[in-house]
Design a protein around this ligand. Sequence first.
Ligand code: F6R
Length: 611
Amino acid sequence: MCGIVAYIGPREAYPVILKGLKRLEYRGYDSAGVALLNSGLKVYKKKGKVADLEESIVGKDLHANIGIGHTRWATHGEPNDRNAHPHLSNGGRLAMIHNGIIENYAALKQELLKNGYHFQSDTDTEVLLNFIEYIQVNNNCSLEEAVRIALKRVVGAYVIVLIDQENPDTLIAARKGSPLVIGIGKNEHFLASDASPIIEYTKEVVYVNDYEVAIIKPDELILKNLGNERQTPYITKLDMELAAIEKGGYDHFMLKEIFEQPQTIYDCLRGRLDADLGTITMSGIEKYKEQIMNANRIVMVACGTSWHAGLVAEYIFEELCRINVEVEYASEFRYRNPVINKGDVIIAISQSGETADTLVAIENAKKQGAIILGVVNVVGSSISRVSDAGAYTHAGPEIGVASTKAFTAQLAVLTMIALKIAHDRGSIDKERYHRLLHELNDVPDKVKATLEQHEHIKAIAEKYKDSTDSLFLGRGYNFPVALEGALKLKEISYIHAEGYPAAEMKHGPIALVDEKLPVVFVATRDSYHEKVVSNMQEIRARKGRIISVINEGDEQSTALSNDVIVVPEADEILAPMISVIPLQLLSYYVGVARGFDVDKPRNLAKSVTVE
Ligand code: F6R
C-alpha cells in the first residue's frame, strides 16, 4: 500500500529515489512522484507507473541532494496526477509523502477550510500536510514540533516524510502502523517502506517504531516519541542480498518466485528438521511450547493467501495435535468482538508482516491475554515484532504481487509446528511422525519435479485462456488449495474463478456448469479421493471441461478429465505444498497469455497496510 523512498546525503537524490520506487512498485502503482530540494522545491508527479513518471520528467532540473518519492495505491481520491504524492502545503514551503490512511481527515479538513486553507487534491494526505503547516505557522514552532503536535490529533495509520524548503539539510519522518526503515550510510540516510531500496547502499538499518518521529540529517539520526523524549535507535544488520530482489533472468518476479520454491521450502526446513534424528527444532516457539500444547484452542488469523495457509494448517493441527483450531479472516476478527480467553494461542500468518488487519487483530488479542505466534516472512516487520514468539518462513523477498513462495513456506513452517506439538503431546503415533518427517524432507524434490512440467501447463493455459469463468474444486487438505488456485487465477488473469469444497458444489455452483466452463479439480490421492472422483463424474455428466491435478496412475480421473497434470504423490498432509504448484503456474501462464502485467495486477498492491 504505497511505497515511500527518501534520501539525504552527498549523492544525487533522484536516481536513488527512482530506483527505490521501482523496487517498491509492488506496493502500489497508480501514480508516482518526487519532490527534490535544490534551489527551491520541485515536485514532479504523474498518473501511472514509475516508468511513466520517469519518462515525463526527462530533461527537467533533477539535481538535488535531498528528496522524497512515492508510488501510490489509491485510497482517498482516484488515481490521477492531482492526487499523486508528494503534496505541497498551501504556503508552498513543505512537501510530504504518506503511506496509510488518516481516518479523521474530514474533521481536520473542515477545521482548515474554516481557516482559509484550500486543497488541490482529494487526498487525506494533503489535509494532514496542511494541518502540520497550520500548526507550525500558528505556534511559530519547528517542523518537528508541529509534526508531533499534529500526530497527537491524528486517528489512523501513517508513515510520513516531509521536506521543508527552509531547512534543506533535514528530513522529518514519522510512523504509526505503516512500515518505515531508515538505512544508515556514511554521512547519508535512506528512508523506505522496506529494505529493498536501501540494500545496495548499506546493510545497517533502523526500523522506526510506532509513534516515533525521526529527525534526519546527512550525518545524524534522532528519534523521539510524540512526547519529545529521545529514543535510542536500534541498529539492525540486513540479512539480504541484492540478487534476491532482482529478476535473475526470469520474465517476471512471479515466475522466478514460483521456481524458487524447491529452494525456499528447503531453506525453511534447513536447520529445523532432522528426519534421521527425528527432531524438529524451532527455537522461536520453544518458550511457549507448553502453552501451545495445553491450549484449549488455536486461532489462525490472516488474510488472502495466508488465510488459505491457515485453513490447511487447521486440518493439520486438528488431525495431528487434536487441538481445536479456528481460522479467522483478520478483518472480521478484529472488529467482531470475538471471545478470547487468557491462554488462547493466536497464530498470525503473514508474508509481509505489515497487513493492517492482521496486525490490529493480534494487537487486540494480545491485550486480552492471548499468546501471539507469528508465522511471518519479512524479518523485523510489525507483525513479527508484536508477536510474543514465532517462526520466520525464510522464503526471501516476495516481489510479485501474487503470493506464491510465501504460501508454501508458510505451509512448511506450520506443518513443522504441528508435528512438533503433536510429538510432544503424544497425539501422533511414532511411526507416522517419523514417516512424515522423512516425507517433509522430500517435498522440495517433489516440487522441483512438478515444476518440470511447466511447458505442459503452459499449453493447458493457452487452451483455456479465453474462458470468462472457472471453478476450482477440492476436498480435505486440497480444498484450501482449490481456494488458493481460484484466487491466483482471478488476481492474475482477471478470469472469474470460484473455489469450493468439491461436494458443496452441488448446493449451488453446479448451476454454472456447461460445456464452456473449465473446472479445475485438485484430486491427488488421499482419503477423500474416491469422493472427489464422484464429484468429477457429476461435472462430467454436465459436460464441464475438467482439468485435474492428480497422481501417477490415476486412470479414473484421467478418463474423466479433458486435461491432467500429474504431480508426485505425498502424504495428504504434505500434498498441498505440491498440488498448489500447477495452479500457480496455470494462473501465471493464463495471465501472460492474456497480455497482463502479472507482477502488478490491476487494483492490487502487495502489502495491504490499510484496512
Ligand atoms: C494473494 C495475496 C494476498 C495476500 C494478503 C495477505 O496472492 O498475495 O491475498 O496473501 O494480502 O498478505 P500478507 O501475507 O502479507 O499478510
